[in-house]
Design a protein around this ligand. Sequence first.
Ligand SMILES: [Zn+2]
Length: 244
Amino acid sequence: MTQLDATIRNLVIGNRILAHQNVVDAYGHISVRHPANPEHFLLSRSRAPELVEPSDIMEFTLNGGVVGDDKRPPYLERFIHGAIYAARPDVNAVVHSHAEETLPFGITSVPLQPVIHVASVIGAAIPVWDIAETFGDETNLLVTTIDQGRDLARHLGGHTVALMRGHGFAAVGATIMDVVRVSVYLPVNARVLTTAMRFGPFKPLSPGEVANRAAFSPASASGWRAWEYWARRAGVREMLGDMP
Ligand SMILES: [Zn+2]
């Protein structure tokens, strides 16, 4: 299997896991930087992640242009991915999701912050990007131009997650396994925090706890354990390779 084939296989597994974990539904997507060309990225054609197959994967430039004469309809919001890859050389995988649990934190002044150990990977601070600040209050809130993608990437800065007001979130990782882990635990963390706030004051993870836990490697035996479990439950057992 070539490196490109292995990358596409992992991208399909990532699609299926995010769908099975209800991080994405008919909408939302995951991409990966092209393993042989850092100026390109790989992303499914416009299709629900639960249904994505290797043959659905298309190749794009960082401006969101389709590579080759692929005539299949791409996702409207592919600019999220290209703009982030252009701004962040350390990022090799990106997720965009409309996960409902995260939405209250994009429309209120309550910051989304890590409160449970598995969510330390989301980072200590999560900026909120409001498309209306730069593009006015008559957009459809979707990131449908490269300028909008670049504005989002600027607000993401060096963080792992940016919330998108009234829309969802964008998350990044060094690998597909990294970003899937962040994207699975982000809504879990948001749900726990929302519940805790009904009880009263709550205690977030300390900066030291975030820094300590954030050193966790998804490629470790413990990280692989989750990847294998999620992949098998998502029905893509046969696509799993060996533990890296
Ligand atoms: Zn969206």
